[in-house]
Design a protein around this ligand. Structure first.
Ligand SMILES: N[C@@H](Cc1ccccc1)C(=O)O
Length: 477
């Protein structure tokens, strides 16, 4: 028994002839998708053969188009030399370094020139067939051209090779029995007229090839950021925001980061050529704490604390600058706040480092919280993000004691470090008037995204690679 679309298709086509999907669609009145579906169904039943024709097509790249219009560099150089030998320096001015290099290379390969003492001289007239080939391809994507020259043009990235595919449908036998139809779509008309009664309905066949449909969706990185945000909101945290530009005071000094700390150096931090005023009372307390511990009971770092260093603006190197400022403005417990945002460091760009990245920062200020609460909280967060194995290694940050580096276990990769955490030292909380204990952490979201999306290179996040983006599942793996 045939479905409606099968019946329509097979009765519209002649036996033994090849039809494109387009032609079959026109003849049968079916959509192209329906034609494909019907053709494969009919093939299963032995009435149709679906042929897949594959061939190569060629297309000029932007550079190829440019050369087609202007001539290839070697051709232009040849023209230039017909009026006499020329010096490399002079030619470089006319052609540009890159083009001249290409042109000289090809003329030499063709045995057309000699270079002596920086002077280029013609010795023979070569054949230039490349432009004619470019032109042929420009006019006909399937033109038959010289294979060796074509290979060169492809290697020179002047021509792009693409695989083209066409589906051809052939009816190999027509069913002898009268075509009985199955209903594919149950329409209101069928229901009202009652025509559906006694008819058969087509079952879905999920093996039939169909065109893929890609719907718009939110970028996977943004989805991960939103997921983190949701988890902390659900755990009762408040989201806070702050400026990208911060004083060194909030980015470093308030966090008891000594002024000669390597992270503060120009190679690591983007400094602005701008200075702001610091609240005098706060500056005094922080200065005393750095120099001698103030009234905190600490010995401080010793040496001299320079307010001018604290006044300079920086692109924040971590979102801890935002949480610490927020706590200084909201020093009474309880406080639960988090910040997901961009931070900046002077990193050389590679697969795992970018000068801009995002952190997920959080603090809990309360009277009765401790180290175990911090570990539990982070564990809970990672668990919700889909990481079941979490461990903590001892770490060091100038502003926390104890300090840990949380790690998650990823199959095939091992233990991966995801940031830092700890309890703010009294040298941080007391000068700012923060009352109680502060659990604090800062996690790199880029790393998290790499693990979740199975990326090997962080730069993928900023690469508009449609194939990759389309094929990423929209749900958590
Ligand atoms: N600011 C640290 C992370 C951290 C935050 C809070 C406490 C301890 C560590 C970093 O950027 O690596």
């Amino acid at each position: 028994m045939l479905t409606t679309i099968e019946a329509k298709l097979i009765s519209a086509l002649e036996k033994g002839k090849l039809y494109t999907v387009d032609e079959a669609s026109k003849l049968s009145g079916l959509s192209k998708d329906a034609v494909l579906k019907a053709a494969y169904l009919l093939q299963e039943k032995g009435y149709v053969k679906v042929h897949e024709k594959v061939w190569k097509e060629y297309e000029l790249t932007d550079e190829g188009l440019k050369y087609l219009a202007e001539g290839l560099p070697e051709e232009r150089l040849y023209e230039e030399l017909t009026s006499g030998s020329k010096g490399i320096a002079e030619l470089e001015k006319k052609f540009g370094k890159e083009d001249l290099k290409i042109a000289l290379g090809w003329l030499r390969r063709k045995g057309a020139i000699k270079i002596e003492n920086g002077v280029v001289k013609l010795v023979s007239k070569p054949e230039f067939k490349e432009r004619a080939i470019l032109n042929e391809i420009y006019e006909n994507r399937t033109a038959e051209v010289d294979k060796t020259l074509l290979k060169d043009l492809i290697r020179r990235k002047l021509v792009k090779e693409e695989e083209a595919k066409e589906i051809l449908i052939e009816v190999v036998s027509k069913p002898e029995v009268e075509l009985k139809e199955k209903i594919t779509d149950l329409t209101p008309e069928l229901l009202i007229s009652g025509e559906w009664r006694g008819k058969e309905f087509l079952e879905y066949d999920i093996r039939i090839p169909a065109r893929e449909v890609f719907t718009a969706k939110i970028h996977p990185y943004e989805r991960i950021i939103r997921e983190c945000r949701k988890i902390f909101l659900e755990m009762g945290f408040t989201e806070i925001k702050g400026h990208y530009v911060q004083s060194a005071f909030w980015n470093f000094d308030a966090l008891f980061q000594p002024q000669d700390h390597p992270a503060r150096e120009m190679q690591d931090t983007f400094y602005l050529d701008k200075y702001v005023d610091i609240d005098e009372e706060l500056a005094y307390r922080v200065k005393e704490t750095h120099e001698n511990g103030w009234i905190t009971g600490s010995k401080g770092w010793g040496g001299k604390w320079d307010i001018n260093k604290a006044r300079q603006l920086v692109l924040r190197t971590h979102t801890t600058a935002i949480t610490i400022h927020y706590l200084a403005m909201n020093p009474e417990p309880p406080v639960k706040a988090f910040c997901i945002d961009r931070v900046y460091r002077r990193e050389a760009i590679d697969a795992t480092h970018l000068p801009e990245f995002d952190q997920l920062e959080g603090v809990v200020l309360d009277e009765n919280v401790g180290f175990k609460d911090l570990l539990g909280l982070l564990k809970e967060f990672f668990l919700k993000m889909g990481f079941e194995d979490v461990r903590f290694r001892p770490g060091y940050f100038p502003y926390t004691e104890p300090s840990v580096e949380p790690e998650v276990y990823v199959e095939g990769l091992g233990w991966i470090e995801l940031g830092g955490a700890g309890i703010f030292r009294k040298e941080v909380t007391e000068p700012l008037g923060i009352k109680g204990k502060v659990l604090a952490w800062g996690l790199g979201i880029g790393r998290l995204a790499m693990l979740r999306l199975g990326m090997k290179d962080l730069r993928m996040l900023y690469n508009p690679d449609l194939g990759w983006l389309r094929n990423l599942p929209a749900i958590k793996r």
